[in-house]
Design a protein around this ligand. Structure first.
Ligand code: MN
Length: 307
């Protein structure tokens, strides 16, 4: 999406907030002072004094304030290098964000250009087109060939951080950055020609999430939706993340004592209710992402059954 960021004093940001008072959104993203949705564009002002204009007439709207801007505007390039599919790159992807049961799992994988044909041969492709059985089969082969970094955040830990006020987006961003850092160390002194993140948040939001982190990787980092289809490194990362997720998920089902379902549909409400009845509510932080609406739905099922 087309966007521009300008930096403003907090005073000007207050003026802006007042100027857009009829368009303010009821809630603001973490770290933001205000968010406004105009008919022609969206505006988000952050405590870091950055103001993001997105979509439609973003440039025109931003230009109203630019005279006062303390630094020159920086237009974010969202375009990828045209030859990115053929470069040696680190790709990152995550699994488990939308799953009530099972850990959030992030992988960064490094694929050198010479390895691309071999990975194709093994069957690496968009993991959404692969069955779990196929994913396991491919993952077992590629984990011996390519360097990667795998981070698994068990729900117990996830809930703890989430309750401290970290959004899922922020948690995911921190894990991606960590995985990239680990992998850069692992492959050093070689260096990737680019880093491609399967886009779960816009670049600016991603870096805003990371603002308090150490070692923020920014050099040659690109974002794209459906990045699995752009470079096999992302596809490989996705397969390795899903492989780890499946294993952890199966372990969790063993602990539950009955099969669990992926995703966050109605079935998981029933399964969570069954867990509460058989093991007590206090085990939930270990099994589920507590902030999902499923938790309350499951509790209501239990209440109905107890009536
Ligand atoms: Mn993804």
């Amino acid at each position: 999406m087309s966007q521009v960021i300008i930096v403003q004093s907090l005073d000007t940001i207050e003026k802006m907030k007042n100027h857009y008072k009829n368009y303010l959104k009821p809630t603001v993203p973490p770290g933001a002072i205000f968010a406004a949705k105009l008919p022609t564009c969206s505006i988000t002002a952050y405590k870091s004094k950055k103001v993001l204009f997105q979509g439609g007439s973003y440039e025109k709207e931003a230009s109203l304030w630019e005279e006062n801007s303390s630094i020159k505007k920086q237009t974010i390039s969202t375009s990828l290098p045209s030859d990115i599919s053929h470069l040696s790159i680190i790709g990152t992807d995550e699994v488990g964000k939308g799953d009530f049961f099972g850990p959030l799992t992030v992988v960064a994988a490094y694929v050198k250009k010479e390895q691309i044909p071999l990975l194709k041969e093994i069957g690496v492709c968009d993991s959404k087109n692969l069955t779990d059985t196929k994913i396991i089969e491919i993952a077992k082969q590629i984990k011996e060939i390519i360097p990667f970094s795998l981070l698994i955040l068990p729900n117990e830990k996830y809930n703890e951080i989430q309750q401290k006020g970290y959004t899922q987006g922020k948690i995911t961003a921190i894990l991606h950055n960590q995985a990239i850092n680990h992998l850069l160390k692992k492959i050093s002194p070689s260096k990737p020609e680019a880093i491609l993140i399967d886009e779960f948040a816009k670049k600016e939001i991603y870096y805003n999430h990371l603002r308090n982190e150490k070692n923020i990787v920014k050099e040659n980092v690109y974002f794209s939706t459906k990045a699995e289809g752009i470079h096999l490194a992302v596809a490989a990362a996705s397969i390795l993340a899903r492989y780890a997720f499946i294993q952890k998920f199966d372990e969790l089902a063993k602990k539950a004592g009955f099969p669990l379902t992926k995703g966050a549909g109605q079935k998981v409400d029933e399964q969570c209710a069954r867990l509460i009845i058989s093991k007590g509510e206090e085990v939930l932080p270990y099994f589920v992402k507590l902030h999902f609406a499923n938790t309350e739905k499951a509790k209501r099922i239990v209440q109905r059954k107890n009536r």
